[in-house]
Design a protein around this ligand. Structure first.
Ligand code: PFF
Ligand code: NA
Length: 453
C-alpha cells in the first residue's frame, strides 16, 4: 500500500483543504445563521466553537490521516479494529450530502447565466419555485426539469473528470485554479457591496449584538453546527485529504491556516451579503429582516432581487456572485466525493477509475431525483435530516471514541508535536477530552428535548 497517492506541494494540500472548507456554507449559510442567532453576539459562541472544537478537531483529523494513511474507515480501523464503523458512518453522511450539494451548484450555474439578462424577472421568489424549479406539490414528483437537469449533469461531468485524474493531477490541480479565482471574484463582489448605498445599515443590523440570546442553547448548537459543517470536520473529508500528505508535514500549522482562512472567508461573506441586503432594504424602503431569509431563499430569491436593484453593471455583478458559488461549491463537492472513492478503493481493492465510476456514478444517479418537479422539497428534507443527525452526532461519536473509548489523544498529540514548531499542550487535550464532549452532549440532549416535547 506504500505507493499511496500524494499531494505535490504543501500549498497544494492547503488549497485543497481550504477548498473543501470554503463552500456554500460560507457564502449563504453563515450570514443568515449569524443574523438569526444574535447578530454580533453570535461571534462569541462562534469563536468559542472554533477554538474549542473546530481547530482542535481539525488538528486531530489531520494527525489521524497523516499517521495512519487511510480513507476514514481504514484510518479508524488502524486506530482500533472495532472503530471502523465510525469511518463508514461519516462516509455515509458525506455520500448523502454529495447527492444534494451537487444540485445546488447546478442551480448556481443556471443562475449565473440568468444574471446577464436578469431573466428571473421582478418576482424572484415566484420565479425560483415556479418557473425554474417547478416545485409544485410536495408529494407529487413529476418529470425532469430540463433547466435543473442539464446544469446538474455539467456539475457531475466536471467533478468526476477531476476525480478520475487522481489526487495530484486532478484534485490538487483543480483547486489551484478554483481557489485563487474564487478569492479574486469574491473580493470584487465584497468591495462592490460595501460601496453600495445602504451598506452601513445592513452591516449595523448584522453586527448589532443581542446578548440575551447567549442563554439560549439553540444559539450554541447553531454555532457548533456551523463550525463543523463549515470546516468539513467529522465528515471523513479531512482525514482522507491528510492521508495523502508527505511524511514531513507540519500538520498543526496547516490546520491553523485552514481554520483561520475558512473563518476569514466566512466573515467576508457576512459583510458582503449584509451590505447588499442593507442596500436593497434602503432602496425599496423596507426592513432588513424582510430580506434576511433562509439559505436557498437568500441566494436564489433575495440575491436576484438585490441584483435587479443595482445601479450599473448589475448583470455582471450577478454573474460574479453565482460563479463564485459554483467555484466554492465544486471544490467542496470534490472533497465530499473523495471520501467514499478512497474508502471503496481500499475496502474492495479496486482501481480509482472503478471507485469513481461506481461511487460518483451512484451519487449522480440519486441526485437526479432532485432535478424533477417537486424534487426541491425532497432536497430540503434531506438537508435538514443529514445536518442534524450527521453533524452533531458524528462529532460527538468521534470525540468520545478517541478521547474516552480508545484513548488515543496522547498518542496523536505526540505524533503532531514531532512534526510541528507549534506544540500542542493542555489546551488541545482539555478541549478534546472534556470541553467538546460535554458541550456537544449537552447540546444534543437539549435539542432532543426541544424536538420531542
Ligand atoms: N465545508 C463546506 C461548506 O462550508 O460549504 C461544506 C461541506 C463540505 C460540508 C463537505 C460537509 C462536507 F462533507
Ligand atoms: Na466552509
Amino acid at each position: 500500500m506504500e505507493n499511496r497517492s500524494q499531494w505535490g506541494t504543501r500549498a497544494g494540500f492547503i488549497l485543497a483543504a481550504v477548498g473543501s472548507a470554503i463552500g456554500l456554507g460560507n457564502i449563504w449559510r453563515f450570514p443568515y445563521v449569524a443574523y438569526d442567532n444574535g447578530g454580533g453576539a453570535f461571534f462569541l459562541p462562534y469563536l468559542i466553537a472554533l477554538f474549542t472544537a473546530g481547530i482542535p478537531i481539525l488538528i486531530m483529523e489531520f494527525t489521524m490521516g497523516h499517521k495512519l494513511r487511510g480513507s476514514a474507515p481504514l484510518t479508524f480501523s488502524r486506530l482500533n479494529k472495532k472503530s471502523e464503523f465510525v469511518g463508514w458512518f461519516q462516509v455515509f453522511v458525506s455520500f448523502g450530502i454529495s447527492t444534494y450539494y451537487a444540485v445546488i451548484i447546478g442551480w448556481a450555474i443556471a443562475y449565473s447565466v440568468f444574471a446577464f439578462n436578469l431573466s428571473w424577472g421582478s418576482e424572484t421568489g415566484a420565479f425560483l419555485m415556479g418557473d425554474y424549479l417547478q416545485a409544485g406539490d410536495p408529494g407529487k414528483f413529476g418529470s425532469f426539469v430540463p433547466g435543473v437537469l442539464i446544469p446538474l449533469l455539467i456539475v457531475w461531468a466536471v467533478v468526476l473528470s477531476v476525480l478520475f485524474k487522481g489526487v495530484k493531477k486532478g484534485i490538487e490541480a483543480a483547486n489551484k485554479i478554483f481557489i485563487p479565482t474564487l478569492v479574486v471574484l469574491f473580493l470584487i463582489i465584497v468591495i462592490r457591496a460595501v460601496t453600495l448605498e445602504g451598506a452601513a445599515q445592513g452591516l449595523n443590523a448584522f453586527f448589532q449584538p443581542s446578548w440575551s440570546v447567549l442563554g439560549d442553547p439553540t444559539v450554541w448548537t447553531a454555532a457548533y453546527t456551523q463550525i463543523f459543517f463549515s470546516l468539513s470536520i467529522c465528515f471523513a473529508i479531512m482525514i482522507t485529504y491528510s492521508s495523502y500528505l508527505p511524511k514531513k508535514s507540519d500538520i498543526t500549522n496547516n490546520a491553523f491556516i485552514t481554520g483561520l482562512s475558512n473563518s476569514g472567508f466566512e466573515l467576508l461573506a457576512g459583510i458582503g451579503v449584509f451590505s447588499a441586503i442593507g442596500f436593497v432594504a434602503v432602496s425599496t424602503g423596507t426592513g432588513i429582516a424582510d430580506f434576511a431569509g433562509d439559505g436557498v431563499g437568500l441566494a436564489f430569491a433575495i440575491f436576484p432581487q438585490i441584483i435587479n436593484q443595482m445601479p450599473f453593471l448589475n448583470g455582471l455583478f450577478g454573474f460574479l456572485f453565482f460563479a463564485s458559488l459554483v467555484l466554492a461549491g465544486l471544490s467542496s463537492l470534490i472533497s465530499i466525493c473523495e471520501t467514499y472513492i478512497a474508502a471503496f478503493q481500499e475496502k474492495f481493492n479496486i482501481s480509482r477509475t472503478k471507485a469513481v465510476a461506481f461511487g460518483g456514478g451512484l451519487s449522480a444517479l440519486i441526485s437526479l431525483v432532485y432535478a424533477t418537479q417537486g424534487g426541491v422539497h425532497f432536497l430540503t428534507a434531506v438537508d435538514r435530516y443529514v445536518l442534524t443527525v450527521g453533524v452533531g452526532l458524528g462529532g460527538l461519536i468521534e470525540v468520545i471514541l478517541i478521547a474516552w473509548a480508545i484513548k488515543k489523544v496522547k498518542e496523536l498529540q505526540s505524533h503532531a508535536n514531532g512534526l510541528s514548531q507549534i506544540r500542542l499542550g493542555s489546551w488541545w487535550t482539555i478541549c478534546l477530552t472534556i470541553i467538546t464532549p460535554i458541550l456537544l452532549g449537552y447540546m444534543i440532549v437539549l435539542q432532543l428535548i426541544n424536538d420531542f416535547t
